[in-house]
Design a protein around this ligand. Sequence first.
Ligand code: NAD
Ligand code: UDP
Length: 317
Amino acid sequence: MRQRVVITGGAGFLGSHLCDRFLAEGWSVLCVDNLLTGNKDNVAHLMDEEHFSFMEHDVTKFIDIEGSVDAILHFASPASPIDYLELPIQTLKVGSLGTHNALGLARKKGARFLIASTSECYGDPLVHPQTEDYWGNVNPVGPRGVYDEAKRFSEAMTMAYHRYHGVDTRIIRIFNTYGPRMRLDDGRALPAFMSQALSGEPLTVFGDGSQTRSFCYVDDLVEGIWRLLQSGHHTPMNIGNPREMTIREFAEQVIELTGSGSTVSYQALPEDDPKVRQPDISLARAVLGWEPQVQLEDGLRRTLEYFKGRVGGERGE
Ligand code: NAD
Ligand code: UDP
C-alpha cells in the first residue's frame, strides 16, 4: 500500500521540495497550508498529480484529516526574519498551537512525526560550531524571541508527545538553507543579495558583514530529512552545511557569480542578529551517513537560474 504523508507548510520553500521528494518516492502527499508566507505557485506543477492533494487550512486550528496517515512533516511557520517580525503572534501560535495540533493528529493516526526546528534554538551562540547538546543563548523578549521560543517550545512539546504518548518523533534543527522557490522579497540574505545584484542595486549587508552563516543547498537538506525520517533517532539533529563564511564574503560571492556591477551598502545590524552560526554535523554523519554534496558555487548557480526569470516581475519555471 502507498504510504501517505501530511506536509504542513507544504506550499512554502522547503515544504514544496518535500512534496516533490515524497511523490518521487512513491508516497501520497497531502499539502496543508494557509498560504500566509507560501504560495500555491510552488506546488502548481503538482496539482494534477493523482497522488497529490492540497488543503488550504490554518494549522493553529484543529486539523481534520480523513483516512490513514503514515507520517507528518510539520513545516508550517513564518521563517524569514522579516516575516516573523511582521507576524509575531501567528509565529508563536503556529509553533505552539500548530505543533500541538499536528502532534495530536500524529497520535490519533499512529503516524511518525517530524518537526522543522532551527539553528535559532541556539540564539546568538556561545559554543561554536553548534552541537546538539548546547542549550543556546536566546533572548526570549527580543524581537527574534517570537520565532526562537516558538521553536524551542515546539521541540519541548514534541519530546513530551514522544515520552508521554509514545509518538514516534524526529526533531531536525535546520541551518540556513537556500535554493529555488525562496521568495524574492522574503528579506533573507540570499534572495535579497540575488535580487539586488540582478537589478544592479547595492547589496544591503547588515552591520560590518563580519557575522557568519553556513549555507546549505535545499536538495542536501531534503536528503537529510528523508534519512532522518527513516532513522529511529528521536533527539534533535543538526542538518546544515558546515562551510562557514562571513556575510560580506557571501555578498561578494553573489556579485561575482552574477557578474553584477553592484556595490555593497552597509546598513544597521538588526537587534540580536547572531554573530556566528555553523552546524556541527557529526551526529548526522554518524547516524544517517549524511553530509552535504552540493558545493556552494553550484547551489548558487542553480538558484540564480530560478531568480533570473523572476527579477522584474516575470515568473519563469
Ligand atoms: P516558508 O515561509 O517558505 O514556508 C512556510 C510555510 O508555512 C508557508 O507556505 C506558509 O504559508 C505556511 N504557514 C505558515 N503558518 C501557517 C499556518 N498557521 N497554517 C498553515 N500553514 C502555515 O519558509 P521555509 O523557509 O520553507 O521554512 C519552512 C520551515 O522550515 C519553517 O518551519 C521554518 O521555521 C523551518 N526552517 C527553515 C529554515 C531555512 O533556512 N529555510 C531554517 C530553519 C528552519
Ligand atoms: N543580512 C544582510 N543583508 C540582508 C539580509 C540579511 O546582511 O539584506 C544578514 C543578516 O543580518 C544575517 C545574515 O545576513 O546576519 C543571514 O540573514 P538571514 O535573514 O538570511 O537569516 P538568519 O540567519 O538571520 O535567520
